[in-house]
Write a protein that binds this ligand. Structure first.
Ligand code: ADP
Length: 177
């Protein structure tokens, strides 16, 4: 650090955390918390999949995640359609952020990161999961909810006040226990 560093680094660094977040879990929240140590701003972006409605409607996912971060000015929550890299450029993101739990995640993320960087120059920052959340996935949470199990242990505290409402049909039960 010198007298010029604040001038040189005046541009705030934004990272884009794209995903389905159906639902947003403690594993996702941990990645966001840690990314806030590395970037000035984290934009959580729920990808709209035209082919798949998902369990919780996209607007509901966005609403619920926004409530979780209402006190955190450095986190924004959006939805987007189309290519992740296009959205990343449109918000001026310096990097794409992803989480990795396993070799399977690793291989997938490496391939995506490689293609994205070659095509658009945008790099991907990967955070390895905290071991507490290594087995946690949104699909596991949906599966448990489908069978009427209590899933609150896998979701951020803030969800308790205003949990997102899933679509009644599809694989998944209620988030309200
Ligand atoms: P996608 O459909 O894009 O994989 P997800 O919502 O399932 O969307 O995941 C978004 C990102 O969060 C992915 O990079 C995924 O690997 C990561 N992720 C999901 N669960 C965890 C977890 N428990 N720990 C760390 N990273 C996770």
């Amino acid at each position: 650090m010198n007298q010029y560093s604040s001038i040189i680094n005046h541009q705030s660094s934004i990272c884009l955390f794209p995903g389905s977040f159906d639902p947003f879990t403690l594993g996702h929240a941990d990645v966001v918390e840690r990314a806030l140590q590395l970037f000035d701003e984290v934009v959580i972006a729920v990808g709209i999949n035209e082919q798949k409605a998902g369990w919780i409607p996209v607007e509901e996912r966005v609403r619920a995640i926004r409530i979780l971060y209402k006190e955190q000015a450095r986190v924004r929550v959006e939805s987007y359609s189309g290519l992740t890299t296009d959205f990343a450029h449109s918000i001026g993101a310096k990097a794409i952020l992803r989480g990795v739990r396993s070799i399977k995640d690793f291989e997938y993320e490496m391939q995506m990161a490689d293609v994205n960087r070659q095509l658009t120059g945008i790099d991907t920052v990967v955070l390895f999961t905290d071991p507490r959340y290594a087995s946690l996935s949104s699909s596991l949470v949906r599966e448990l909810a489908h069978f009427g199990k209590d899933i609150t242990a896998f979701l951020p505290e803030g969800y308790k006040a205003s949990p997102p409402t899933p679509l009644s049909k599809g694989r998944g039960g209620s988030l309200r226990q």
